[in-house]
Design a protein around this ligand. Structure first.
Ligand code: PEP
Length: 252
C-alpha cells in the first residue's frame, strides 16, 4: 500500500515572514498526523526559516531545484549537499517551469537526480507533456522519453527514494485540470514503464503524484484513482486552508 504524499511547491512566492507563517499553520494544523505524507518546498532563501518552523513536526521540507555538482564555481546555484545540510529531505527535479522555461534537458535532469540521491535527498521527479504533444497523441511517447533518459542509470534501490510527479504542462497554473480518465491513464502508463525500466516491485512501490491545478474541489477525485498517490500542488499550496483541504482529501 503506497502512502499518499501531498507536496506544496511554493515557486517564487512568499516572503520570509509569510513563509514562516504558512509552514507553521500547516504543521500545527496537521498535529503530527502521519496518515498522509506532507512536504513544503519554499524558495531557497526561506529554507532555513521554514526548517526551523517545521522542526519536530511531521511536515517534510524540500528544495525546488539543485545543481548536480557538490560545490564549485556555479554562480547562483545550490548543491544537493547544501539542501541536506539545511534540513531538506526532498528536492523537486524536472519541473516543467525549468524544463520548458529554462531549457533543462532530460540528460541534465538525470545528472541532478543522481547527485541529489547520492547526497541523501529523495527526489520528486516531474514529467509531463505539452498541450501540443497531447493534441498530437504524443503523450505516452513524451513520458517514455522523459522516464527513460531522466531516470537512466538509477538502480532499483535508488528508485525507493524517487517519487514521480505527472504534471501535464497545460494543466500547471492554468486552472485546467486533467480529467480523472486522463490522469489515471497517464499514471498507469508511467507505472508500466517503471516496471519495464526497473522491475515490478519498483513499479508497485513508487509513489506517483498528480500535479496541475489541484484544488480542494478536485483533489479527492484525483487522489482516489488507483495509480494517483498524492499531489504536487502549486498555487493552492500558498493558502494554508486550501493546502490543508487537499491534504484532508488525500486522507479520504
Ligand atoms: C506545480 O507548480 O507543480 C503546479 C502543479 O502548479 P499549480 O498547482 O498551480 O497548477
Amino acid at each position: 500500500m503506497r502512502p499518499k504524499f501531498v507536496a506544496g511547491n511554493w515557486k517564487m512566492y512568499t516572503s520570509a515572514s509569510s513563509a514562516k507563517a504558512l509552514a507553521t499553520t500547516v504543521a500545527m494544523s496537521l498535529k503530527g498526523d502521519k496518515r498522509v505524507m506532507v512536504a513544503v518546498c519554499p524558495p531557497f532563501p526561506w529554507l532555513s526559516v521554514v526548517a526551523e518552523a517545521l522542526e519536530g513536526t511531521s511536515v517534510l521540507l524540500g528544495g525546488q531545484n539543485c545543481h548536480f555538482e557538490k560545490e564549485g564555481a556555479y554562480t547562483g546555484e545550490v548543491s544537493p549537499i547544501m539542501l541536506r545540510e539545511i534540513g531538506c529531505q526532498y528536492v523537486i527535479i524536472g519541473h516543467s517551469e525549468r524544463r520548458h522555461g529554462l531549457g533543462e534537458t532530460d540528460e541534465f535532469l538525470n545528472k541532478k537526480a543522481k547527485a541529489a540521491l547520492e547526497a541523501g535527498l529523495k527526489v520528486i521527479f516531474c514529467v509531463g507533456e505539452l498541450l501540443s504533444e497531447r493534441e498530437a497523441n504524443r503523450t505516452e511517447k513524451v513520458l517514455e522519453t522523459q522516464l527513460t533518459h531522466g531516470l537512466a542509470g538509477l538502480t532499483a534501490a535508488q528508485m525507493q527514494s524517487v517519487v514521480l510527479a505527472y504534471e501535464p504542462v497545460w494543466a500547471i497554473g492554468t486552472g485546467k485540470v486533467a480529467t480523472p480518465e486522463q490522469a489515471q491513464a497517464a499514471h498507469a502508463f508511467i507505472r508500466g514503464k517503471l516496471g519495464e525500466q526497473f522491475d515490478a516491485g519498483t513499479a508497485a512501490h513508487v509513489q506517483i503524484q498528480y500535479g496541475g491545478s489541484v484544488k480542494p474541489d478536485n483533489a479527492a477525485g484525483l487522489m482516489s484513482l488507483p495509480d494517483v498517490d498524492g499531489a504536487l500542488v502549486g498555487g493552492a499550496s500558498l493558502k494554508a486552508d486550501q493546502f490543508l483541504a487537499i491534504v484532508n482529501a488525500a486522507i479520504g
